[in-house]
Every structure is written in structure tokens, then in C-alpha cells.
Write a protein that binds this ligand. Structure first.
Ligand code: NDP
Length: 285
């Protein structure tokens, strides 16, 4: 007797502009293949005016979730049915998750970072210095604060963006946040436990770009983390390792947000090593 077969895959995907440069599809499909999961990730170029239709389409086609990248992370919220705690505080969503007939917005940028950081240090009770106040910085700072970081100094070039993140942290979380406007080489204060680069400085192809930072103030034992996923060891990470700091690369953040998204959508814990290898094949070969 013929065996019954299922030709209907589980669908997830991504809506963004500049979708052709986004490696998430390759990374996630490598994990699906490795684990024998019948899931497809559809990477879609979506203009802002079409975002509502794209979300309605995902709903109509039974997608179990989707990522949202630039420029849709804020605009997507009005098309969703609810928000997770950190996404609500940040006001930004990069991962929508189907729950029954609802799409709930989550933000895995900061959660991916936190998972990487936790391999090295638990931020509870720790003092953090963070460079940058854009989307990645917002996501990371909120997750660090929710994870119990006691103090967060935001160091940013633009005062307004920096102040708005500081106000958000002080209003919505228990962390004590303050702003330093970034002028000249920043000196990391003594007593700092964790230093985070959440700017785009160091991103490929500008391999030797350096943060305006007095690296002599990075002390052995400090944790130094970067959001830059390509190259895997940007200059800050190389400097930090040479000085005896514990380094956390942005490659792990990218992989972990994929792992967390797949767990939200399918309930499966995939092997991060497979996704790490796929990114190395794409970026570093
Ligand atoms: P945004 O444009 O939202 O923010 C950029 C931030 O960097 C701002 O705070 C900006 O300061 C600061 N900045 C940029 N250039 C300089 C400079 N030359 N000197 C000082 N400050 C500077 O970008 P995102 O937050 O979305 O992304 C930041 C980086 O994070 C990107 O490189 C992105 O690739 C990476 N990222 C990595 C992820 C991962 O999974 N590894 C996930 C998401 C992002 P100002 O306000 O003064 O302009």
C-alpha cells in the first residue's frame, strides 16, 4: 500500500529592504537541513508601503512566523496582535511568532546578544559601558537591564539619540542609566565590568576602523563584546584579546538570534555550530 506523504512544508521568512545582503536564510536553512526539519525560510524584499500586505499574506499562507529587518522593525508593530516584554519596551520587533491565530512581536537582537554574553558572564549586578544608541544598542541595553545589569553608561556621538535610550532605560527598567556624549578617545571608568560596541564601526570592509577609545583603559578580566558579525574578529575584539580581556564576538549574536527565532517558531533547539559554520563558509572563505 502506498505510504501517505506530506508535501506541505512549515513556512517562515523575512521581510526587509536590502534582503539580498541578508545571510539569515542561508544560516537557518542550513540548520533545517542538518536537523531534517521540513521548514522553509523565504527571504522577501518588501517596500514599506507593502508591509501590511506582506504580513496579511504571511497570515493567509499559514506562516508560523517571520523576521523583520530594516526598515520595518518599528512599522511592523501596527500589523501585529501583541508584543513580548522587551519588544514592547524597545518599541521594535525583529521576529513575529504565531500563537494560535495571532502574531506576537518579539525582539531577538538583544536576546541573541545576551545568550552569547551569558557564555562568559552573567550581567546581573554588573556595570556596563555601551557605545552607540541605535537599533542594536537599544535592543541590547534593554535586555541587559532586564537581565539585572545595575548601571549602563551609553556613550554616543549624537546627544538626542543617546539621551532617548537613557530615558527609556531609566523609565522602564531598574538599571541606572546615564549618557556620555562621545568626544575624543573615551576612557573606560574603573569598576566597569562589561564594554559593548553597538555601533557599526569595524564592519566589513572597514577592517581597521577603530573606536575612539583609549584601549589602555580596557583592563584584564573585563568583558568586551562587539555587535559586528563580519569580520568575526573586528579590531576591538583583537585589541581586547591582546589586553587579556574576555571577548564576545557579534558572530555569536547573529547565530543565537537565529537559534532563538527557530525555537520560537518550531519549538526545536537547533545546533548553533551548524549555523556558525554556514556563516564562516559565506563570510570568511
Ligand atoms: P543604527 O544606524 O540604528 O545605529 C548606529 C549607531 O552607531 C548610532 O548610535 C551611531 O551614532 C553610531 N555610529 C555609527 N558610526 C559611527 C561613528 N563613525 N562614530 C561614532 N558612532 C557611530 O544601526 P544599528 O544599531 O541597527 O546597527 C549597528 C551595528 O550593529 C551594525 O553594524 C549592524 O551590522 C550590527 N548588528 C549586528 C547584529 C548581529 O546579530 N550581530 C544584529 C543587529 C545589528 P549616532 O547616533 O551618533 O549617529
Amino acid at each position: 500500500m502506498a505510504k501517505s506523504q506530506n508535501f506541505l512544508s512549515t513556512l517562515v521568512g523575512s521581510f526587509s529592504q536590502g534582503a539580498a545582503d541578508n545571510p539569515t536564510v542561508a544560516m537557518e536553512e542550513a540548520a533545517f537541513r542538518h536537523h531534517g526539519m521540513d521548514v522553509r525560510y523565504i527571504n522577501c524584499e518588501v517596500a514599506p508601503a507593502d508591509l501590511g500586505d506582506a504580513v496579511r499574506g504571511a497570515r493567509a499562507m499559514g506562516w508560523v512566523g517571520f523576521n523583520c529587518s530594516m526598515p520595518h522593525k518599528v512599522a511592523v508593530i501596527e500589523h501585529l496582535d501583541g508584543l513580548g516584554e522587551s519588544a514592547r519596551i524597545m518599541g521594535a520587533v525583529n521576529c513575529a511568532v504565531r500563537q494560535g491565530d495571532k502574531f506576537i512581536g518579539e525582539n531577538t537582537d538583544g536576546k541573541g546578544f545576551l545568550k552569547s554574553l551569558m557564555d562568559v558572564v552573567d550581567p546581573a549586578g554588573k556595570r556596563v559601558v555601551m557605545f552607540g544608541a541605535g537599533g542594536a544598542a537599544r535592543a541590547i541595553a534593554v535586555e541587559l537591564a532586564l537581565a539585572g545589569a545595575s548601571a549602563i553608561t551609553i556613550v554616543n556621538r549624537g546627544r538626542d539619540r543617546g539621551q532617548s535610550l537613557v530615558d527609556l532605560l531609566n523609565r522602564e527598567t531598574k538599571a541606572k542609566a546615564e549618557l556620555t556624549v562621545w568626544e575624543g578617545d573615551y576612557k573606560v571608568p574603573e569598576g566597569t565590568d562589561i564594554v559593548v560596541n553597538a555601533t557599526s564601526i569595524g564592519l566589513f570592509p572597514d577592517l581597521d576602523a577603530r573606536l575612539a577609545l583609549d584601549v589602555a583603559t580596557l583592563r584584564p578580566g573585563m568583558v568586551v563584546a562587539d555587535v559586528i558579525a563580519n569580520p568575526p574578529k573586528p579590531r576591538l575584539i583583537r585589541d581586547a584579546e591582546a589586553l587579556g580581556c574576555k571577548a564576545v564576538s557579534g558572530r555569536g549574536m547573529l547565530v543565537n538570534q537565529g537559534v532563538i527565532g527557530i525555537k520560537y517558531w518550531t519549538g526545536v533547539d537547533v545546533d548553533p555550530g551548524v549555523m556558525q559554520d554556514e556563516l564562516a563558509r559565506i563570510f570568511d572563505a
